[in-house]
Write a protein that binds this ligand. Sequence first.
Ligand SMILES: C[S@@+](CC[C@H](N)C(=O)[O-])C[C@H]1O[C@@H](n2cnc3c(N)ncnc32)[C@H](O)[C@@H]1O
Length: 350
Amino acid sequence: MDLPKRPNVPYKELENIFENSLNQLKTFYILKSSIDLKLYDHLKGYKSFKEVSDMVNLKSILTYYILEILNKLGLVEKKDGLYKNSELSDLYLNSDSPYYKGKGFILITEKINMWENLINTMKSNIKKKDNNHFPLIIQVMGENTISGDLYDVVELISNLDEFKKAKKFLEIGGGHGFYTIALNHIKPDLEAFVFDLQNVIVETKKYIEKYDSKVKTIVGDFYKDSFGENFDIIFSSYNPSGKNPDIAKKVYESLKMGGLFIIKQNFPSENECDGLDELLANFEWNLTGLTNSKKGKRAFTFEKDLFFNDYIVFLENLGFEIIDVSKVNDLSPFANATINDKVIIAKKVG
Ligand SMILES: C[S@@+](CC[C@H](N)C(=O)[O-])C[C@H]1O[C@@H](n2cnc3c(N)ncnc32)[C@H](O)[C@@H]1O
């Protein structure tokens, strides 16, 4: 048998793709193990790798390389051969910190299970429902909000004259309720409500209690139930209602004349982008479903959603005047937002 001829394309090209993916995966598992081992709880002060290896019960050579890798990632500082948390890991990975991202890791672990069994996940006729995960998702988003855009968004809203005069405030799909809790702290005479699904409101109430807040809750499904009436401000942040014309109409009906609808939302660009990150996000979006509404095909979109320009025209036709549109990233240096995330302030005028 003859040897095959020299191939036209070198194998190295494929090998690079495998190597890069594998190294990302290895880095991810080093990160995950360091969190599961509570390494950052042990590294509040400088320690030798031998001390750390005794504390986490790992071979010292493996501990040494984990610490060196974490040092390269900026999560561990090294001085005179000793290691301690960097400012970043001390804030977000040390479990004593008020900014600890504990729930975020649980969600990541759930995602890994979905990806590890990808063929099963793709072929399964029973799509995993995101609704069952909303209670966890909102805890993760609560962690992100507290270390993210909370302070800047609250500043934006609380500086509005309409807020200073407001009596009745509603946040739809508010989840953790941090925006409303913070706004109610600034303006204690405000009657403030968070509207969300029943299983989520259970979690909202825990935060309301934790932060000694007077915020009230409304259990409901925004596709089916009414919000109530006579609100001065209705706020909506990153939830399935934020680009939906039917819900905008409902909001319009629930606002007083002169009232504000403030929407913080991701609006996808009209042309589908083809960057790897976006394609991966769109793919993952389609692995799971919702019980009470249908998802769109691109990440963070839902059936009936309008693109940004069409949504603005729809709001104007309903009787809103657009007072302001800002990019979330410009608004807050802490925002975990993409370039298409916007805050729209619309006033009911007609
Ligand atoms: C991605 S979270 C956003 C949480 C929070 N607003 C934030 O910006 O961090 C989406 C929220 O919308 C709520 N939600 C989803 N579908 C809903 C529905 N049909 N009716 C009411 N709330 C809903 C979820 O329970 C969840 O709290």
